[in-house]
Structures are given as structure tokens and as C-alpha cells.
Design a protein around this ligand. Structure first.
Ligand code: 8DG
Ligand code: CA
Ligand code: CA
Length: 333
């Protein structure tokens, strides 16, 4: 997941509620490590962001799907006092603030951040003085900390997409390249660049390690000549690294995944997101008797055991199988 917060949307009449809900969700993810509460706050924020009428009371909010008693009380507290006691306390807690800061570094998750804070590392400056305590990914995250916090304008990703396609197709004309994530959902700005690649000769049955490994390395070597500046990690199916379009522009986080052709559309769907949309689509698939993930769509038999993956030849087909009205990527925010 890229680490930038959702940019506030100025057409959102409930933006102040969304802001505090997102802050609470971050707290649950990074500090309490309560994934259920994290999901509940995020869901509530996305429901309120999509609600075109200004919410006037907790009672009114509670009528919306995904907003329960606790969140409705928080909305009342916020409407009555202009703030939340819980957030005030969090803001005053320096350890919590330090954990939140450190998790903004690419490669530092909540558990590691808490450990650094316990060991007395609380600031970016502290990390810079203790680079021996950081792994390779974390050191790259630190090196480019300021740049990775900057969002990437769409026009820049368009140019990067061109270069990726030109280079990759110079190695083989049959490669497909799709830039997914928030970019594919039509956002004006993105936190990072999520690229999926496939080729008719890359198959699930390859056991991916052998053949896929060679293919991805070859593509990355080619891109090292122009776009890519650093490698965080590279395996048979996934490259994580850094790219830069030109010397005047910031360094950007770039992930490239090589996907077997049978799994391409499920992967494109998954990595397009949004994650909230993915969750609702997966839940709908289950109701229709299917299990959907980033690899495949499979029917669930009467015994509850998933069957063989369904042969899929487009994103639309996935929607058709599970009777879910097709949504264009821009409609999946
Ligand atoms: P952004 O980078 O502009 O901040 O937004 P994004 O492109 O929507 O988010 P992302 O964190 O880069 O993730 C890309 C897509 O991957 C996301 O839209 C949906 C899918 N995805 C999930 N869950 C997860 C997860 O836990 N990790 C990752 N890397 N991707 C996930 O649904
Ligand atoms: Ca990403
Ligand atoms: Ca992204």
C-alpha cells in the first residue's frame, strides 16, 4: 500500500468528518493494530465522502450503511464541541506521534516503528544517524523520504507509462502493460506507480520461479538504462523500486508485477482497487457463490470448497459471472 493519505476532495460536504475518521483509522492501523476498527473507520469515511448531503447529527449518520453507534456518537461529539477527546489525547501522546511519523517511511511498518520508538529512535533525523539499524528497503525509504511524500501528477505517470511500454515492447511485442492503482481509477494524483505486466508465454504452470524470474529480470535490466534508479527488491514475480523521469523531478516509488496470463484480469481488477471497492466486490462474489482474489475467480461448491479457476478473458467477464453491474475504473473510487 502506498502511504499517502487520501487527498481531501473539495466536493465532499462531509470532509471534516472524513478527516477525523481517517485519522482514527490510521491510529487503529499503526498504533492499536486493530484491523477491524481500522476497516470500520475507513468504511465510514468512504460512505460519508460518497454522501452528497451534509450530515447534521449522529442519528442521521447512523442510518447510513457502515455507520454504527460508536461512530455516530463521535459525529455528535464533533458537531457539538468541534473536536474529539480521543484524537486530542492521541495528539498529545508523543510516542504515538513518533510511531505515526516513522511509518511514513517506505519499508517501516507499525511493528518496526514501535520498536524503533522503544529503542529511542523517534525522528527522521534519528533514523539518518542510525542507518545501520535499517534494512535495505528502509534505507531507500529514508533516502527518498521527502520525495516519496510528494504525490505524482497524472501527466507524469502518463509519460512513465509510455517509456515502460516502449522499453518492454522492445523486448517482446506480445507483452501487455497496465498501470493500475489510483492512476487507472482516473485520479489526478497518485501516491506511487503500480504496474502489471503479462505475456502469453508466462503461465501459472511455469511454477513461475524459473521462467518468470528470467523474464522480469530482463525487463528490469532494460528499464535500468532509462527509468529505474534503485531496486528495493526483485523476485520472480515482483519488482519493488524507485524511478525518476528526469533530474528536475522527484524520485517515485514503482512496483512492477509479472502476472501469468491466466491470472491477468483478476490481478488488474485487484490492483486497480480501490481497496474498499475490492472488499465490496469480494463480498458480493461470495453471496453469489464465488471466491474472488488477486489470482482467480472460483465457484464455491455445495461442500464449501472452491473449484477450479474460471477461464477469464476480460475484466468485464468477472463482473458478469458474479452478477455485479460493471463499473469503469473511474467508478471504483
Ligand atoms: P495511491 O497509491 O494513490 O495512494 O492509491 P492506490 O493506488 O489506490 O493504493 P495502493 O496502496 O498503491 O494499492 C493499489 C491497489 O492494490 C489498491 O487500490 C487495491 C489493491 N490492494 C488492496 N489491498 C492491498 C494491500 O494490502 N496491499 C497492496 N499493495 N495493495 C492492495 O485492495
Ligand atoms: Ca502501491
Ligand atoms: Ca498506488
Amino acid at each position: 500500500m502506498s502511504k499517502r493519505k487520501n487527498p481531501s476532495n473539495n466536493s465532499n460536504v462531509n470532509a471534516d468528518f472524513c478527516d477525523f475518521l481517517i485519522e482514527l483509522s490510521e491510529y487503529e492501523k499503526n498504533v492499536s493494530r486493530n484491523i477491524h476498527k481500522y476497516n470500520a473507520y475507513k468504511k465510514a469515511a468512504s460512505v460519508l465522502a460518497a454522501h452528497h448531503k451534509r450530515i447534521e447529527s449522529g442519528e442521521e449518520a447512523k442510518k447510513l450503511n457502515g455507520i454504527g453507534d460508536k461512530i455516530s456518537k463521535k459525529i455528535d461529539e464533533f458537531l457539538q464541541t468541534g473536536k474529539l477527546k480521543k484524537l486530542e489525547n492521541i495528539h498529545q501522546n508523543e510516542e504515538v506521534q513518533a510511531v505515526n511519523l516513522l511509518t511514513r517511511v517506505s519499508g517501516i511498518g507499525p511493528v518496526k516503528a514501535a520498536q524503533f520508538v522503544r529503542d529511542g529512535l523517534r525522528t527522521i533525523e534519528d533514523l539518518r544517524k542510525n542507518q545501520d539499524k535499517l534494512n535495505h528497503h528502509q534505507n531507500i525509504g529514508l533516502k527518498y523520504f521527502e520525495d516519496f511524500e510528494k504525490s505524482i501528477p497524472r501527466s507524469e505517470i502518463e509519460e512513465i507509462e509510455e517509456i515502460l511500454k516502449k522499453n518492454i515492447n522492445s523486448i517482446g511485442a506480445e507483452f501487455s502493460v497496465t498501470v493500475c492503482g489510483s492512476y487507472r481509477r482516473g485520479k489526478a494524483y497518485s501516491g506511487d506507480i503500480d504496474v502489471l505486466i503479462t505475456h502469453p508465454s508466462v503461465k501459472v504452470s511455469d511454477g513461475k520461479k524459473k521462467r518468470g524470474g528470467e523474464v522480469l529480470k530482463k525487463l528490469i535490466n532494460k528499464l535500468n538504462e532509462s527509468l529505474i534508479t534503485d531496486t528495493i527488491s526483485i523476485g520472480a514475480t515482483k519488482f519493488m523500486g524507485v524511478c525518476r523521469l528526469s533530474k528536475e523531478l522527484p524520485y517515485r516509488r514503482l512496483d512492477i508485477r509479472l502476472i501469468p496470463c491466466e491470472q491477468y484480469y483478476c490481478a488488474v481488477l485487484y490492483f486497480t482497487g480501490s481497496d474498499v471497492f475490492n472488499k465490496s466486490m469480494r463480498a458480493h462474489a461470495l453471496e453469489q457463490g464465488f471466491t474472488l482474489n488477486e489470482y482467480s475467480l472460483r465457484p464455491i461448491g455445495i461442500t464449501g470448497v472452491p473449484g477450479e479457476p474460471i477461464h477469464i478473458t476480460s475484466e468485464e467477464e468477472i463482473f458478469e459471472y458474479i452478477n455485479y453491474p460493471y463499473k469503469k475504473p473511474e467508478e471504483r473510487n
